[in-house]
Ligand binder design. Structure first.
Ligand code: CTP
Ligand code: MG
Length: 186
């Protein structure tokens, strides 16, 4: 796992169930907001950008993608990580749920924080917007599947994730903006 290519391949593969939920939420979002329109200390609790439908669709998509990834490895379509060459990992169910639900939870917590500092829905908070979901996703995964987390992410893939995620996030949001799916490019 020491070589850079292996680290990148494992990092991207293992984070796919965490990356996909936010994008699916953008596509599936709409309907009743999670906070039910409630305010707290003069601002919305979360805002209209965090909906039940977007959240449920995001988590479902992340878990479903991970199950598909597991099937691809078990079916021999994609090689397993081994000392012999570049390959990927399979996901225990607990890790999958934590990766996907943690990503959505991180995004929700970031909205909560943004409303508290007076930022309207859609406002950009550089740093928070790009890393919120990774930190909570990985943190939750480390809690529920510590052995798998250490085997998979420690330490080169973790470094790749922390550097590559903001770049990926910025570019996919820009694409979603240009495609008319988001009102702002962040
Ligand atoms: N979305 C959703 N449910 C979520 C996350 C996102 O329905 N849990 C949908 C919403 O339609 C949202 C869009 O995806 O407007 C973009 O997501 P995001 O950028 O996270 O929300 P913002 O609208 O920018 O709001 P905030 O300022 O709270 O981040
Ligand atoms: Mg936003």
């Amino acid at each position: 796992m020491a070589d850079p290519l292996s680290a990148v391949v494992v990092a991207v593969w293992a984070m796919l169930p965490a990356y996909v939920p936010n994008n699916v939420a953008v596509l599936a979002g709409g309907g009743p907001p999670i906070d039910g329109g409630r305010e707290w200390r003069g601002a919305r609790l979360l805002g209209d950008g965090k909906t039940w439908r977007g959240t449920a669709a995001g988590i479902t998509a992340g878990v479903a993608l991970g199950l598909l990834q597991n099937a691809l490895v078990r079916g021999g379509v994609v090689p397993r990580a081994s000392d012999a060459g570049v390959g990927v990992v399979t996901f225990p169910l607990a890790a999958l749920v934590a990766l996907a639900a943690g990503a959505m939870l991180g995004d929700i917590l970031a909205s909560f924080a943004k409303r508290r500092i007076g930022q309207e829905r859609g406002a950009a908070v550089p740093g928070l917007d790009q890393l919120d979901f990774v930190v909570v996703s990985l943190g939750l995964t480390a809690l529920v599947a510590p052995g798998w987390f250490v085997d998979t992410f420690w330490v080169a893939p973790l470094a790749v994730v922390l550097v590559a995620t903001p770049l990926l996030h910025v570019s996919t949001n820009y694409i979603a903006f240009r495609a008319g799916l988001k009102d702002v490019p962040w």
